[in-house]
Every structure is written in structure tokens, then in C-alpha cells.
Design a protein around this ligand. Sequence first.
Ligand SMILES: N[C@@H](CCC(=O)N[C@@H](CS)C(=O)NCC(=O)O)C(=O)O
Length: 267
Amino acid sequence: MSDGKPTGLKADKGIELLTWGTPNGWKASIILEELKEAYGKEYTWQGVNISTNVQKEPWFTKLGPNGRIPVIVDHDQGGFAVQEGLAILTYLTRHYDPEHKFSFKDPLDISRAEQWMAWQHGGLGPMQGQANHFNRFTKERIAYGMQRYTGETERLVGILDTHLASTDYLVGNKFSIADISSFGWIHMLRFSGVDLDAFPHLKKWWERILARPAVQKGLEVPSKSGFGNDTYLQKLKDDKEFADKEGKLAEQVKAAKEQYGYKYSSP
Ligand SMILES: N[C@@H](CCC(=O)N[C@@H](CS)C(=O)NCC(=O)O)C(=O)O
């Protein structure tokens, strides 16, 4: 470590997680906290501040060639490294969830879980990520991009909401890696400009999962984000300047939708 910035791995046994407090990072920290609670499986982590580009440094890309967090390293498997949420969730449960508390034995349930995780990787994560990019991170506000990606995020969360109308969890009516894969994104839904209250079954699912002690702990690795749905709403109440800024952004997204004749429909 130099200046608190990691420069390489620090553990020599167990799982080491390289991560940051984002929807993708939380997939790994949440399953690791659940495995810790269920089986006493300890892990170590290092915070990789993505705004400083540590994730592009050679020591990191040797482990995660995509140069993004999260990455895990299993020191008990000769330092085997895994990148990508789906691969991390399935690796960890295949090796360290012998009682299938968060994963499945039945091949059809395994496929169901894989389908939801693939859907998250191909749809929810990239589209909501682009919504954040066009709504918040570009210098110019490009109306087409704003309504396109916010709209596509709404379409996708509508699919979750419909599915969750008849079940408490995505697969087999039990909390699993399928839920963990999408949970972090839904935890940031309000920040992405989508009204969680418009999706009541999804909102209940989010609350149900948020109530899990291990999930709470996972959301604090490396530190608690101010932009989860719960803290975001509180900040709107407490911080007038923040509320004004967010109100203006919501108006811009609304105007962008009107300009392009966007109408919600899902699927
Ligand atoms: N599909 C990957 C996405 C990983 C990803 O996009 N991570 C973001 C944080 S949420 C990141 O590291 N961004 C930093 C960068 O792009 O350099 C996964 O599920 O793990």
C-alpha cells in the first residue's frame, strides 16, 4: 500500500476481494458476507478507488484483464483470479456453498438463475450504467441518450416487477445469487432517475433483501454509499441544494422523454 492505494495483493490465504462501492462491486461483497454468515468463511478485501484508475494498472489487469472491479483471488486455489459478477457469484457458490443456501442443485433452477444473471449482464447493468452516464456524467446533456437509457432501464425493471408479482425471489422462491446479481442496481434505481415506487413488487423485493444483515454489511465494503435508495431519499429531505439539483435533473429527463415521444412499455 502507498497513500492508501493498493499496489498488489495483500493476503496469502482464503478469498481476497478487490472492489469499490458500486452495483457491480456489491455483488461480490454481498455473497462473501452471506457465505461468512452462513459458513464462517472469512475473506479479505482491498478498496480500489475506480476514480484513480488503479483498476487499469498492470498488477490489477493481470488478475482482471477487463480493468474493472470487482475481481476476486482465491489464494487457496493457487491464486486463481475471477472477474465479472456472474462468474464470481457462480465460482464462490460452486466452491463454498456446499449446502446450496444461495445457489441451486436442480439443473433447471441452475439454468433459471443463469438466465437472470445473464439478463443482468446483458441488460440491466449496461443500460442503467449508460443512464447514469448520460444523465449525470457527460458534460453536455444529450436528450436522446438520456431518454433512451432511462427508458430502457424502466423497461428492464418492469420485467423484474412483473416476475416478482408472484414470487418473493427471482428463482425457486429463495434468496440466491440470481437476486444478488440485480440487487445492487436496484439499490441505486432512484439515483438513476427511475421511480422505485412505480414498481411495487420490485420495491418490496428490494426492501426484503436490504433487511438481510449480511447484505447491509456487504453494502459497507469498502464504505457505505450515499446513493442507495434509502440514503438518497433522506438526502433529498435534508439537503435543499441537493434536492434542487436533483429536481432539475428529473425535469431534464422528463423533457427528453417528451421530446422523443417516449412511452413506458415493458417488455
Ligand atoms: N460486467 C462487469 C462490470 C464491471 C464494471 O463495470 N465495473 C465498474 C464499476 S460498477 C468499474 O470498474 N468501472 C471502472 C472503469 O470503467 O474503469 C461485472 O458484472 O462485474
